[in-house]
Design a protein around this ligand. Sequence first.
Ligand SMILES: Cc1ncc(COP(=O)(O)O)c(C=O)c1O
Ligand SMILES: [Zn+2]
Length: 370
Amino acid sequence: MTADTSMWYCPKCGFVDSLRKYFWRCPKCGGPLDIMYRPRWEPIEGRRGMMRYLKALPPIGAHVTLGEGGTPTIVRDVAGIKVWFKLEYLNPTGSFKDRGASLAISLASELGFERVVEDTSGNTGIAVTAYSRIRGLDVTIVMPETAPQGKKILCKLLGANIIEAKSRGRAAKKVMDLINSKTFYVAHTWSPLFIEAAKTLAYEVYENGFRGNAVIVPVGSGGLMLGIYRGFRDLVNWGLLDCIPKIIAVQGTSVAPLYEEVHGSPPSTTTSSDLADGIMVPNPPRLKELKETVLESRGDVVLVDNDDIVGALRELLHSGFIVEPTSAAPYAALVKAVEAGLIGRGDEVLIPLTGSGLKTLKIFEALLST
Ligand SMILES: Cc1ncc(COP(=O)(O)O)c(C=O)c1O
Ligand SMILES: [Zn+2]
């Protein structure tokens, strides 16, 4: 492979093809694809945000950007643990999904697609719509009826056609009817572009001075977790870090496929975690890789429920962090990770705060009355 060759590649069956074509999954075996390219550590002087690390990202062409990435890091002492909060909710459309949307829509536009379609519970739809509209692409978002009202409204106002489905599973089925040769199906739960983009979060905290030993990260499809892991792995490969931090994945008690995969049995509790809509992904396509990543990093999966999330959310709001309920899940997991001996006093831990609470004010209203 030469430095400027980049290819889709399937780790399962070995399929490879040019990035000048688009595949949302492997056309041979149906598995999730990766991108084969050579990331380079050459941060671009004077640039901030994701565009600073273009040399470490798949070469796609002209980038559509709204200034994603470069989010602030706030360090606080929480019960003797130094916590690095990465304020991903301050991205242009209010979530870390802007990083992946920037890469995915850049590729859609570069390859000449006219329509973009996606199934999502919210944040990805908002990000994908905003980036697509900049390039004049037509966008259709299929959302479960249960998606937070604020997220649906924002998607519509940004210019998406919204189709509602009974559930997340139904949305995934419905979106298949919309795919043809002119539509770019983002498929963020499958997409390696969202993983590659999330690597830049690790690069940024490294440049901010993070040398901690653990990351607590919410896991739905696991794109964020895999991205952070691969970002730290790059930094180790480039000789900039000695080791990859331990990955502590956080799932909700109601939908916990990674927990089941790692622990070999479903959660013993029957409490609900439906406040964390962003991590309710029953069948993440990369489940095996997620398990391997958690185990390789000597980490674990920690469960939280609605009560844990509400408590953590109140604390975060009172600390000035205006985040959505899903984003409170890793903070709720901090105490549990300490109790489980995964982290201890004196440790330094990264917690990405993934999505903005300004989209979930209706949910906050309900919480205020309890
Ligand atoms: C706010 C928020 N946090 C975390 C996640 C989980 O991200 P991933 O699907 O990459 O695991 C999502 C996904 O939609 C989200 O919206
Ligand atoms: Zn394959």
